[in-house]
Design a protein. Structure first.
Length: 265
């Protein structure tokens, strides 16, 4: 099967790092996470890292001993230890625990699919997912990354950045990733939406990442100068969605956002 992964530029990966072995180990994990099948061979990983197979083999052996990766025949996959580490990280985020408590009690959100995400450059990473009944399952899961241009929560989060930072990230003629016929195509289209998001206080995604699904999102007030940049989103089926439903969803998302941003208030 042809390798459909995006080629990576490796100009001496880790050579400028004070701990190049750690940098390369992280690159191995990222390559496995980005793989369409979740499996890569020694040759695949050596090519991604741009180092000899012998050095890559030693690195993989150390990661395997640490249970960070697992070997299955000639291929490697991410290891279960990463699940334990991820769970430990999430369990220490007060925002995640409060997120679940609020969703369970909210009149509207308790019956919907709600997520909390963190801004990571030009992407968002989903930290938690509450599934109401019925849940909209054709959407991102915990740990998934999504380009900001394809999701309501991503657009809401970058809308609060300074314009010069947004311009540095998205040139007007920049081509954006596309998942559906309604996905935004260029940086100019994305930036045209941000002013409206700022005015109305929430972002709306209309079948831009998944056909038949709409999404609304708001941001969480930042805790302190170094607090994470968090956002909240709720998804609904386009066929049954109404503006009245959307207004109630945004109201409860804003209540949850205030609770997460200022738990004492």
């Amino acid at each position: 099967m042809p390798d459909s992964r995006t080629p990576k530029a490796n100009d001496g990966l880790g050579s400028a790092s004070p701990a190049p072995a750690v940098t390369r180990a992280a690159a191995v994990l990222e390559s496995l996470a980005a793989s369409a099948t979740g499996r890569l061979t020694l040759s695949d990983l050596a090519r991604d890292l741009g180092i000899p197979k012998s050095s890559t083999s030693n690195l993989l052996l150390a990661l395997e001993e640490a249970r960070l990766i697992s070997r299955q025949g000639a291929e490697y996959t991410l290891g279960r230890k990463l699940v334990e580490l991820g769970a430990a990280y999430l369990s220490r985020l007060d925002e995640v625990q409060e997120f679940y408590r609020f969703c369970e009690q909210a009149p509207t959100l308790s019956g919907e699919t709600v997520r909390i995400a963190m801004l990571d450059g030009a992407n968002v990473i989903y930290l938690a997912r509450y599934e109401g009944h019925p849940a909209v399952r054709l959407t991102s899961n915990i740990g998934d990354k999504m380009p900001v241009s394809l999701c309501a929560v991503g657009k809401a989060l970058i809308a609060r950045l300074h314009d010069h930072d947004i311009d540095a990230m998205f040139a007007d003629d920049m081509e954006l990733p596309v998942l559906t016929p309604k996905s935004l195509r260029t940086g100019a289209e994305l930036k045209a939406q941000l002013e409206k998001i700022r005015e109305q206080g929430f972002a709306f995604e209309d079948e831009e990442s998944t056909t038949g699904v709409v999404c609304l999102a708001v941001t969480v007030p930042t805790r302190g100068a170094h607090g994470p940049s968090l956002g909240l989103s709720v998804t609904a089926l386009k066929a049954t969605y109404s503006q009245e439903q959307g207004a109630q969803m945004v109201k409860e998302l804003n209540e949850l956002a205030r609770s997460l941003g200022n738990p004492m208030g």
